[in-house]
Ligand binder design. Structure first.
Ligand code: TRP
Length: 332
């Protein structure tokens, strides 16, 4: 029914870190080979929780700069911020009327984020998955690279597409497929190998930000939590050693090599030796990225023009699909 088209989104809240890079962005870059890709900085999702306006603008530019520095090609593909293309909000309203309360009530991320404060979170946080469905379906995207935490939302997008097509007796929206590339790299906190590396962790020592310079990287790896044993001889032993597992996983992913190879290379060695190699590799991969980011951020006007150009091309795809969606619904 539709040609393959990749869509994904990233929130401009705070800085991107190594977990975002190894777990998601690097896959986005690879997908550009052989697919039409649309990558969106989702500022409308960000305001489902309070964002200081100046911080939001800054984070939108920073995330855009990291994506470009990491290898997203804004010329041959599309990179833009969500609020610039009206089809997202307009399609989302229609989906608010398609999705059922019962479906949204089952969303585990909402339950986690709202916690005990359910009465006091924004309506937007609750309706967020409908907006995410609109992001994808406004372009009739067929393939969506997502992490484990977004799979349920993608499932909801499929349910919305099915119900819309069924209720209006059309075959308008394709059913988007999740794309999980290779073994997903789950990067954990440097302070606790059982917790995901996260931009919301209070300790900056828990993560390597893509903006970190060589000195920060060196210092954070040096302080990273370990255990008292030498490095394990086999991958199986990593199961009981979360910190060793995390650091070796990062080392392997940075070198684009299998975990088994990294484990074999450091079997029985001391953490101090391994950390030296890890630091070297992390700096080799990440410092060109942070240098390029700084270069891009020195000219915010240039970033704004890239986003505006991306939005124009995104709109050219989304506008006719939105017109058809509205016609199907019966809007004059
Ligand atoms: N909800 C995603 C996240 O928080 C971001 C996102 C928004 C997204 N719209 C999307 C991801 C569409 C994939 C497709 O990570």
């Amino acid at each position: 029914m539709s040609q393959p088209r990749v869509f994904s989104g990233v929130q401009p809240t705070g800085n991107l870190h190594l977990g975002n890079y190894l777990g998601a962005i690097r896959n986005w870059v690879k997908l550009q080979d052989g697919h039409e890709c649309i990558y969106c900085v989702v500022d409308m999702h960000a305001i489902t929780v309070w964002q200081d306006p100046a911080d939001l603008s800054r984070a939108t530019r920073e995330v855009t700069a990291s994506l470009i520095a990491a290898g997203i090609d804004p010329v041959n593909h599309i990179l833009f911020n969500q609020s610039k293309v009206p089809a997202h909000a307009e399609t989302a309203w229609i989906f608010n009327c398609v999705a059922r309360m019962g479906w949204l009530n089952r969303m585990t991320q909402f339950k986690e984020k709202a916690g005990k404060d359910r009465e006091n979170v924004s309506v937007g946080l609750y309706a967020y998955p409908n907006l995410m469905a609109a992001d994808i379906l406004a372009y009739k995207a067929t393939h969506v690279p997502v992490g484990e935490d977004q799979k349920q939302h993608l499932e909801l997008a499929r349910d919305i597409a099915i119900k819309f097509n069924h209720d209006y007796e059309v075959e308008h929206f394709p059913l988007p497929e999740p794309l999980i590339l290779g073994e997903a790299t789950r990067v954990m906190s440097l302070r606790d190998g059982t917790k995901k590396m996260s931009k919301s962790d209070a300790s900056d020592q828990s993560r390597i930000n893509l903006t970190d310079g060589a000195d920060d990287i060196d210092q954070k790896i040096r302080r990273a939590k370990t255990d008292p044993l030498p490095l394990p001889e086999t991958v199986e032993e990593l199961g009981a050693r979360p910190e060793a597992a995390n650091l070796l996983t990062i080392y392997a992913a940075l070198g684009d090599e299998p975990l088994a190879k990294s484990v074999a290379d450091f079997a029985g060695k001391q953490f101090s030796d391994f950390k030296k190699a890890l630091t070297e590799r992390a700096i080799a991969v990440l410092s060109p990225l942070s240098t390029e980011m700084r270069r891009l951020l020195a000219d915010p006007g240039h970033i704004d023009r890239i986003l505006a150009d991306g939005a124009e091309r995104a709109n050219a795809i989304a506008a006719p699909i939105l017109a058809e969606t509205k016609r199907i619904v019966g809007f004059l």
